[in-house]
Design a protein around this ligand. Structure first.
Ligand SMILES: [Zn+2]
Length: 313
């Protein structure tokens, strides 16, 4: 929280010091809570659910910010250094990777999601607009959007609970109970997706960016992304033409847009093909429109949207 210099000028020294202490934030132990730094919303959600009132969670990606191209302020780099636990996914946000590398953190106080879930190679058709920091230094690029599969979120939940229990053993029982509750909710969500998407008239989904491969693969859908992996990329005219043809051929009724990305291209395809548009949320962050929502409610909303668009009875 920034304080204006004019305001600081008239404050007594004691108050000023209090303000400065608050502004420096996330000092680990003074409130007895474990400070956890999460790189973006889905992981912050898991930490909040598992850690409950025993953790202070800092989300490095502010609401409304598109996380792929996140840049960190010096204060956030400091938080990555000082936090009791950091939860992130290597090769998704290079600024976070750099901060973790520089911090000299150990595996004991870091959860790297890319090391505990099974990554899929980037889907064919999505490479054209890849990240500048293509994961794995010249190797094949992996798709980072693992959180859109509830089973992967359950893996993250277990890992976060295990690390929190090591860092704060006095509350291990609470962390384990909270983790079991979230895992049960994720299992319910998984069943709802499996049964909801079992019988659909079409199984192809045209999405704004290539965020839905894990979800699609788990539930037997095929994703056709308009942009590549990074939502700020724009498709070439040839890519647009081939997507338009596919929409007509497969009689797709809905082109999916998303909260944090301009819907202009999706709208163009919809206009040309007579399809409509609907919002499918990659849950990379909350926005003004979704700030009262959670990972679980947004996934339920996504399921409803998919069932309507693909005519799933
Ligand atoms: Zn994405």
């Amino acid at each position: 929280m920034k304080k204006s210099p004019a305001l600081l000028g008239v404050l007594p020294v004691s108050l000023l010091l209090a303000f400065l202490a608050a502004a420096c934030g996330s000092s680990a132990k003074d409130d007895g809570k474990t400070s956890v730094i999460a790189s973006f919303y889905p992981f912050a959600y898991v930490v909040e659910q598992v850690g409950g009132s025993f953790v202070d969670v800092t989300n490095l990606t502010s609401p409304g910010v598109e996380p792929h191209d996140l840049e960190l302020r010096p204060k956030q780099v400091g938080a990555v250094q000082d936090g009791d636990l950091v939860v992130y996914e290597k090769h998704f946000q290079s600024a976070v990777d750099d901060a973790v590398d520089q911090s000299g953190r150990s595996a004991a106080d870091t959860v790297d999601v890319s090391a505990i879930v099974k990554l899929k190679p980037l889907q064919a058709g999505a490479e054209d607009g890849g990240h500048d920091d293509a994961g794995g230094g010249g190797g094949k690029q992996d798709d980072p959007h693992v959180w859109l599969d509830p089973e992967n979120m359950a893996i993250v939940t277990k890992a976060v609970a295990a690390k929190l229990a090591k860092i704060d053993p006095a509350h291990a029982t609470e962390f384990a109970a909270n983790a079991r509750r979230l895992e049960a909710q994720l299992a319910d969500l998984d069943s709802a997706f499996a049964s909801g998407l079992e019988k659909c008239r079409t199984r192809t989904i045209v999405t704004s960016h290539a965020a839905f491969q894990y979800l699609a693969a788990h539930y037997g859908l095929t994703q056709v992304p308009i942009a590549g992996l990074d939502p700020t990329n724009e498709p070439s005219p040839a890519q647009l033409a081939s997507i338009t043809q596919l929409v007509r051929r497969e009689k797709i009724t809905t082109i999916f847009t998303e909260e944090l990305v301009s819907p202009a291209i999706a709208r163009t395809i919809a206009r040309e093909t007579g399809a409509s548009t609907a919002t499918l949320d990659p849950i990379e962050g909350l926005s003004d429109d979704t700030k009262g929502q959670t990972y679980l409610t947004l996934m339920r909303y996504n399921l409803d949207t998919l069932m309507k668009a693909n005519s799933c009875p």
